[in-house]
Design a protein around this ligand. Structure first.
Ligand SMILES: Cc1cc2nc3c(=O)[nH]c(=O)nc-3n(C[C@H](O)[C@H](O)[C@H](O)COP(=O)(O)OP(=O)(O)OC[C@H]3O[C@@H](n4cnc5c(N)ncnc54)[C@H](O)[C@@H]3O)c2cc1C
Length: 452
């Protein structure tokens, strides 16, 4: 436990990573004065539940992985338990999903790793040496295309990756998107061997639900974590960060009315661009270069409508639609059902297709209604009772090969400065559990640095 009464840590960014970091600091070092800043009017970042047709719908993330790849509950489940929401976790009523192809919906094949089949393939000839050298990184497409063919990548792998990153298989880092496969590829000379090893390494409890959400919505998790923190300052962007004696000085607030805050330690839990701006005034440190994809989600509350018995479906880019995924929200989540309504949420915006988002909300809703109807093989969807568009400009990080090395290099340069750590989706993975773990790791590093 930290003994130094009166020492302050500033957590910049109140998304789930910053919240998890601040919560961990409070739990493990209660003598520290922890101040969390967020430029928004509410904490949570990409997690936010809003109302649609009088019920909750997610503006951003809808669920998180229940299990940790190393076994046991995921960090997100553990955080929920720590803030008293363990009994409020819910799981999909159906996890059965499909992929749109050639005018129909095809069930997603079982037993694959992110759409990569584990069966043998004549193209996957053993080369006599591992697929990857230690630490080597390639794109997911770079590894999979030559050994499984374009059809597997375009029809299954890319849409599944797209559901998480909105990203393209030929751009995304294998180490970031499929770390277990990258590790296995260092020991196997075939993709089949590597996929089987990665699947076998998963410590999943048979029959356990893969995904969890919070009854009532993700904002409950955000609010429950924020409620444990004594000093959350909202509507306050941190504009500058400077070394100051043995610690840091932050410039906070609007340009017209800025104030300064001093802190012994800093956790930067903001996306890559604001982090790079803040770090630009720290000698010898440069943020990690990272592109982001933009997405828009169109939520439609329809009068009760019969839909296929699925949680939703993915749409490969090769099918020629702007919509990339559709969730049958209330079919997937029974806690979100309301009598007489059917809620559908569709996402638009693959990396590189930003022009699709340059429409008004009304045009985007029309496009989504039209495309979803065509994908379902019907003429038209009924007129919605309520509808909304949620835009996430630059919302999803697009990790390119060797991102992990760039993050390690940043952390190494930060180690030469007073207590400072970076956390969040810009560094350690896009999923909520990865962001929570990232926040916890940053908090532990800061406690260690301040104790040192
Ligand atoms: C549409 C969408 C759907 C998703 N669905 C899922 C899902 O179902 N499951 C899943 O696991 N993941 C999902 N994700 C990914 C996941 O939600 C994010 O990766 C994760 O929430 C990011 O958390 P974070 O704390 O790193 O960053 P953010 O949530 O981006 O939080 C960063 C915070 O920093 C603040 N900030 C920025 N600059 C400053 C500054 N200068 N000063 C002060 N504050 C600042 C911002 O206001 C923001 O609150 C989804 C993401 C999107 C966009």
């Amino acid at each position: 436990m930290v003994g130094g009464v009166g020492r302050r840590v500033a957590v910049i960014g109140g998304g789930i990573a910053g919240l998890a970091a601040a919560h961990r600091l409070r739990e493990r070092a209660p003598h520290l004065d922890v101040v969390l800043f967020d430029q928004g009017e509410r904490p949570g970042g990409k997690l936010r539940t809003v109302a649609l047709a009088g019920g909750p719908v997610e503006r951003g993330a809808e669920s998180f992985l229940s299990g940790d790849p190393a076994g046991g509950p995921s960090a997100a489940v553990r955080l929920a338990e720590q803030v008293g929401l363990g009994d409020e976790l819910v799981h999909p009523a159906t996890a059965k999903a499909a992929v749109a192809t050639g005018g129909g919906l095809l069930d997603l094949p079982a037993g694959t790793l992110m759409g990569i089949p584990a069966g043998e393939d004549p193209a996957d000839r053993p080369s006599g040496r591992p697929l990857l050298a230690p630490g080597e990184d390639v794109t997911v497409g770079g590894l999979v295309r030559p050994r499984r063919g374009d059809l597997v990548v375009d029809r299954f792998v890319e849409p599944l990756l797209g559901g998480v990153y909105a990203g393209r298989a030929d751009r995304l880092s294998l180490r970031m998107a499929l770390p277990a496969l990258a590790d296995a590829a260092e020991r196997s000379d075939t993709l089949t061997g590597a996929v089987r090893a990665a699947l076998a390494a998963r410590r999943v409890t048979p029959g356990a639900p893969v995904f969890s959400a919070v009854r009532g919505g993700m904002s409950r998790l955000v609010d429950a974590v924020a409620a444990t923190l004594p000093d959350v300052r909202l509507g306050l962007p941190v504009r500058e960060l400077h070394r100051h004696g043995a610690g840091w000085r932050l410039t906070v607030g609007s340009t017209r009315d800025p104030s300064t805050v001093e802190a012994d330690g800093v956790i930067l839990a903001v996306p890559a661009a604001p982090a790079a701006r803040l770090l630009s005034t720290v000698d010898g440190v440069a943020g990690v270069p990272l592109g982001y994809a933009s997405v828009a989600l169109a939520a439609l509350a329809l009068p009760a409508t019969k839909l296929p018995e699925l949680s939703g479906f993915l749409v490969p880019a090769t099918e020629g639609f702007a919509v990339k995924a559709v969730t049958f929200f209330d079919q997937k989540w029974s806690h979100l059902r309301r009598p007489g309504l059917t809620v559908v949420r569709a996402s638009v915006g693959r990396a590189g297709e930003e022009q699709q988002l340059q429409r008004t909300d009304a045009d985007l809703l029309d496009l989504v209604r039209d495309e979803v109807a065509r994908l379902l093989g019907t003429d038209r969807l009924p007129d919605p009772v309520d509808a909304a568009v949620f835009r996430w400009g630059g919302g999803l990080p697009q990790y390119e090969p060797h991102h992990r090395d760039r993050v390690a290099a940043l952390r190494a340069t930060l180690a030469a400065h007073p207590a400072i750590a970076v956390a969040g989706a810009a560094y350690d993975g896009v999923g909520i559990p990865a962001c929570v773990t990232s926040g916890w790791t940053a908090a532990d590093a800061l406690i260690h640095a301040l104790e040192g």
